[in-house]
Design a protein around this ligand. Structure first.
Ligand code: SF4
Length: 325
């Protein structure tokens, strides 16, 4: 019967079809695909990006995945949908490529919580210390760093340093505290934090656990310790994807930026993912839009550049992070 009605209302259906074909979002997506073909560009997107961007990205991943990929892929133009430190890291690792951040003001407040001057003065007080910086840091800070780490490999990085060495760790005090507890190493911690992960509260997780007693709780190491204490697993976003796939559980409470919920749903449509807090939104991660991606592809700008000397010094610390894996 519904089919008969469709045939009778040909005119109406025609209009519906026409509207679908010419919808502005669809036109935008087609134009992006066309410009990608013309320019040979590739779109990389972080797991926290908005759904519309995750849907059109060529590759999705966490900071470490995307840094490695940027180096490995043959494309010479990279549209990086994430925040500035990620695009800088890609540019540092791939000096011959054009790395474009479609919204240049998409920064990371945590990365800006430690300046090169802050780090230099800390190093002066601890001259023998090894400097480990979370990849969520500026290129200038990385240039003063011995080895970078991601949330996925922070423990391995700390374990790679001789036990008798002092270690300065920044900028995230929560990731640092979590790694210190895991490795049993004392760290000289910088006092930075992620404002979006700080919005996740232990009471919110406790309430959801009562509501979904069979759910597994995964949280990111950027959350405060009282939140991490509620979790079954403390993982970076790549680790969360693996954990959700390997777990027999069908329901998960997700303690990280809410974009990750969409990423997990895309990967495992049969499972249920509940954000620990609807307020854990990174406003910087949401600054990029399809319109801005198209504008970047039309103009091949704004490209992220890092001064040659800074890039040279930062590259060693980033490469060491990648080698540890
Ligand atoms: S989620 Fe936090 S750490 Fe990540 S980019 Fe946003 S502010 Fe920075």
């Amino acid at each position: 019967m519904p089919q008969l009605r469709r045939e009778k209302g040909q005119q109406g259906n025609h209009q519906v079809r026409k509207r679908a074909i010419t919808s502005p979002a669809q036109e935008l997506i087609e134009r992006i695909a066309e410009r990608k073909r013309e320019t040979g560009a590739v779109i990389l997107a972080h797991n926290y990006q908005p759904p519309g961007i995750q849907d059109i990205a060529d590759h999705l991943g966490d900071s470490l995945d995307l840094s490695r990929l940027a180096q490995r892929i043959p494309e010479r133009v990279i549209i990086f949908c994430g925040v500035l430190f990620m695009a800088e890291t890609a540019a540092i690792l791939s000096p011959g490529k054009t790395v474009i951040l479609p919204e240049p003001s998409a920064g990371c407040p945590m990365a800006d919580m430690i300046t090169p001057e802050d780090l230099a003065s800390l190093k002066q007080r601890h001259p023998a210390a090894e400097i480990v910086m979370y990849v969520n840091s500026t290129a200038e800070v990385k240039a003063l760093t011995d080895i970078c780490c991601t949330s996925a490999n922070a423990a391995k990085v700390i374990e790679s340093i001789p036990e008798d060495r002092e270690i300065i760790f920044g900028p995230d005090r929560f990731l640092g505290g979590w790694v210190s507890a895991r490795t049993g190493r004392d760290l000289i911690l910088w006092n930075g934090y992620c404002p979006s992960h700080q919005k996740i509260l232990p009471e919110q997780i406790q309430k959801l656990k009562r509501q979904y007693p069979d759910a597994k709780v995964m949280v990111h190491p950027e959350v405060p310790p009282a939140v991490a204490a509620e979790a079954d697993a403390v993982l970076g976003t790549g680790g969360m994807l693996r954990f959700a796939g390997e777990s027999e559980s069908n329901t998960f409470i997700i303690g990280t930026e809410t974009g990750m919920v969409y990423r997990l749903e895309k990967e495992y449509p049969g499972k249920t993912f509940i954000p620990a807090s609807p307020h854990a939104i990174c406003p910087n991660m949401k600054k990029i839009s399809l319109e801005k991606i198209l504008a970047s592809l039309e103009t091949l700008s704004p490209a992220v550049t890092v001064a040659a000397e800074t890039a040279e010094r930062a590259r060693g610390a980033i490469r060491r992070m990648i080698e540890i894996g």
